[in-house]
Design a protein around this ligand. Sequence first.
Ligand SMILES: Cc1cc2nc3c(=O)[nH]c(=O)nc-3n(C[C@H](O)[C@H](O)[C@H](O)COP(=O)(O)OP(=O)(O)OC[C@H]3O[C@@H](n4cnc5c(N)ncnc54)[C@H](O)[C@@H]3O)c2cc1C
Length: 165
Amino acid sequence: MKEKQKIIIVGAGLCGCLLAICLAQRGYAIALYEKRSDMRKSTIGAGRSINLALSNRGLKALQVAGLKDKVLKETIPMKGRLIHPLGGEKFLSPYSGRPTDYINSVSRPGLNILLLNQIGEYDNIDLYFDSPVTNVNLKEARIEYLSYGGKKTDNGTVIIGTDGL
Ligand SMILES: Cc1cc2nc3c(=O)[nH]c(=O)nc-3n(C[C@H](O)[C@H](O)[C@H](O)COP(=O)(O)OP(=O)(O)OC[C@H]3O[C@@H](n4cnc5c(N)ncnc54)[C@H](O)[C@@H]3O)c2cc1C
């Protein structure tokens, strides 16, 4: 039954990619549309990228997809912020009252790329780059999108928006 249900996901950012993986693991057919080009093929300037602080909530979501340990290998533990007061001594302001606690710094594009690579392992996920979705009919689960400058449509059972907006 699930194989016959096609879920259209709009946006291959962090949420869209992870959601696609979780649903694919449950046997759904996924069509994932992303307006940008494949970030694995374009260079991202260090100045335009900012690390994410991955806390327990994010790790739990990754664990559901079986990716927690894989992602943790890419992280740097952060115990707190280093404060540089004007005219004073710098000091560490811990994120938690418990000295053993920390959050995990991870490259945002690095995490996105890890998820995109993971998607490649699922035959039931079709991923379309350079394909901005321009119109959505939720009732009929139909989208319009642009591909190579032309207008196209796709139909599913359900549409889920993970476009970050
Ligand atoms: C500067 C900054 C720092 C942050 N720091 C942290 C942090 O430290 N820790 C943390 O947990 N969170 C942080 N966040 C929040 C975090 O970035 C978001 O929670 C996360 O990126 C949301 O993921 P998303 O997949 O919903 O959206 P996004 O990552 O924005 O992905 C949305 C995707 O949808 C695509 N898209 C949009 N419109 C369309 C369309 N019409 N058709 C097709 N594709 C479309 C976009 O191109 C994009 O790839 C930060 C955010 C910012 C901006």
